[in-house]
Design a protein around this ligand. Structure first.
Ligand code: PGA
Length: 278
């Protein structure tokens, strides 16, 4: 974060206090077929009922591949499980000649609540621009779902611009496509931390989360800035979750690899235990 941003932020009145329900989201990426998905969700639900997880204290969401969504939706509904369903991507288009794409309306029909947009693996592997990310967020919102807008700097960006500049710019361009009143979640995921086993420090995550929230005040006003959940993602594990959750501007985690291991993901979801213990 630049000195200027920080000085500007400090000169302002603090944001009004707003209780933000923590969100722990599991991004399965391209893993697990629909049978494996059912097995994982069942184990996760048993694990959480064992520990009597308080879902009003922390929301838990899973983001399976498209082909698993119907099976997971059916399981969540049949067993009345308090897990929220997310999708990993969405087409910016409504319908039509877009072979291989999945529309927001199709996802909404499957009771999908959240849609990841702009994950760095989509930006890098599929050439998605900040504007495309914004259009996808808009499509998700238009179908009644909440976009989870992923932003983050590469190692080279970090060296050249510091940590916050690129995520702030990515968020600004994406939000330009989203109606003023739209709800969204921000996932700050430094690209160098994803799947590397080298997470950011809690202080690094907090610095960028705070810069993003301050910027949201300019873009959307104090109320939306105070309400919006900002997650950290990138090599989150049960060993480091407490440090992130202690930060005032970090409201949860987007968990990749560790969300595929039920015991580990359950320990991450139980972060309150470690937060109060630590
Ligand atoms: P990771 O992935 O937890 O495996 O680093 C995070 C993500 O890509 O969302």
């Amino acid at each position: 974060m630049t000195g200027n941003t920080q000085e500007g932020a400090d000169a302002r009145q603090p944001l009004p206090f707003m209780e933000r329900t923590p969100l722990i989201a599991g991004n399965w990426k391209m893993n697990l077929d629909h049978l494996q998905a059912i097995a994982l969700v069942q184990k996760l639900a048993w694990g959480l009922s064992d520990v009597r997880h308080d879902f009003s204290a922390a929301e838990v969401a899973v983001f399976p591949p498209f082909t698993d969504l119907r099976s997971v939706q059916t399981l969540l509904a049949a067993d009345k499980l308090s897990l929220t369903l997310g999708a990993q991507d969405v087409s910016p288009h409504e319908a039509g000649a877009y072979t291989g794409d999945i529309s927001a309306a199709m996802l909404a029909k499957l009771d999908v609540s959240y849609v990841l947009v702009g994950h760095s693996e989509r930006r890098q592997g599929h050439g998605e621009s900040d504007e495309t990310v914004g259009l996808k967020a808009r499509a998700a919102h238009a179908s009644g779902m909440v976009p989870m807008i992923c932003v983050g700097e590469t190692a080279a960006d970090l060296e050249e611009h510091g940590a916050a500049a690129i995520p702030v710019a990515q968020l600004t361009t994406a939000l330009a496509q989203l109606p003023e009143d739209a709800e969204f979640v921000v996932a700050y995921e430094p690209v160098w931390a994803i799947g590397s086993g080298q997470a950011a420090t809690p202080e690094q995550a907090e610095d960028v989360a705070r810069a993003l929230r301050e910027h949201l005040r300019d873009l959307r006003g104090d109320d939306r800035a105070a309400r919006t959940r900002i997650l950290y993602g990138g090599s989150v594990a049960s060993q480091n979750i407490a440090g992130f959750m202690r930060q005032p501007n970090v409201d949860g985690a987007l968990v990749g690899g560790a969300s595929l291991k039920v015991d580990e993901f359950t320990r991450i979801i139980q972060f309150q235990k470690h937060v109060t213990a630590g």
